[in-house]
Design a binder for this molecule. Structure first.
Ligand SMILES: NC(=O)c1ccc[n+]([C@@H]2O[C@H](COP(=O)([O-])OP(=O)(O)OC[C@H]3O[C@@H](n4cnc5c(N)ncnc54)[C@H](OP(=O)(O)O)[C@@H]3O)[C@@H](O)[C@H]2O)c1
Length: 292
């Protein structure tokens, strides 16, 4: 199978390319300069010329403050470009998978959100990603929209658990938000599930995330550090200051408190995801193995 991956240099895109190659696919992954997503025509041409049977979009501007600083660019990259990919796939008959985010959900109340949960984006990033979902579905109704969350597990592009361990090993003071919860999810699980869904001919919105109890950033830090202690690289658990989401000075864009998802549709397809705790522990082990 020939697969075109946009965003193949990113945290998820790197793993997507590797897992697809391990499954025997021929992977084409244009870098940013070869196909800037601000240019929807170039994006469409890339899909049409690629001969790909499957197109996976792992590209985005995912920094909330970067989106807030340039809403037009966020709209072009997170909404217009994915719609151009979807439309081009409709023409060629290729399967299309677009990665979206738990940030599109209404995060005002606690509780795990399945695919039928209400959307209520609360910042420019989330608005642009929700617009991307709607435009993709309008352009090519056979598309898969995989909403993912809080990605870790790629040692080359450390996520939150890996970064906390790196800071602890460097002897730096630690602080983590204790009043915002989500589901840490392994980039490898995302790649594995997304490729299987595409091959199975699935369509529509899927929540692709770990299962079990959601974690605050503080919970996630505690598990990551515990795994580093178990691995013998930390002598004991360092203290982690509890922060409140609304008190983090760097955050200029609003963030939702309760957007942890449940992967209800994956379960109906018999696809099992690990728990959030297993995900964090595995990400730390993988990071330590590479770090040496
Ligand atoms: N990270 C998370 O925790 C998280 C959580 C929920 C959802 N998501 C979603 O999951 C997906 C993957 O996220 P990620 O964290 O793996 O992404 P990432 O590491 O930020 O990578 C983004 C990719 O997009 C490319 N890109 C950005 N702007 C571009 C442009 N104008 N033209 C061409 N390429 C461009 C980047 O290339 P360059 O670096 O060369 O610009 C990079 O390859 C995104 O849809 C994101 O919204 C992420």
């Amino acid at each position: 199978m020939k697969i075109l991956v946009f965003g193949g240099t990113g945290r998820t895109g790197q793993v997507m390319c590797r897992v697809a190659e391990e499954r025997g696919a021929a992977v084409l992954a244009p870098v940013h300069a070869e196909c800037p997503l601000e240019d929807a025509e170039a994006v469409s041409d890339m899909v049409l010329a690629s001969g790909a049977e499957l197109v996976v979009n792992c590209a985005a501007i995912s920094g909330l403050e970067a989106c807030g600083d340039d809403p037009l660019r966020a709209h072009l990259i997170n909404a217009v470009a994915p719609a151009a990919m979807a439309l081009a796939c409709r023409h060629t008959g290729a399967r299309f998978v677009h990665l979206s985010t738990d940030y599109v959900l209404d995060g005002r109340r606690p509780g795990l959100k399945d695919e039928s949960a209400r959307c209520r984006p609360c910042c420019v990033y989330a608005e642009s990603k929700r617009e991307g979902e709607l435009q993709v579905q309008e352009a090519w109704e056979e598309s898969i929209i995989a909403r993912v969350s809080w990605i870790c597990g790629n040692p080359a592009k450390p996520g939150f658990p890996e970064s906390v361990v790196a800071k602890a090993l460097a002897g730096q003071p630690l602080a983590a938000i204790a009043d915002k919860v989500s589901m840490p999810t392994d980039a490898e699980d995302i790649a594995r599930v997304v490729l299987s869904l595409a091959v199975a001919g699935a369509k529509g919105i899927f929540h692709v995330c770990s299962q079990g109890e959601p974690m605050s950033w503080w919970d996630c830090a505690a598990v990551a550090l515990d795994e580093a202690v178990r691995a013998g690289v930390l002598a004991c658990l360092p203290p982690v200051e509890r922060q409140k989401l609304d008190e983090v000075p760097f955050f200029r864009e609003p963030r939702p408190h309760h957007i942890a998802m449940m992967s209800a549709r994956l379960q109906t397809q018999g696809m099992v995801m690990p728990t959030a705790e297993e995900t964090v522990r595995r990400a730390v082990r993988r990071y330590l193995a590479v770090r040496g």
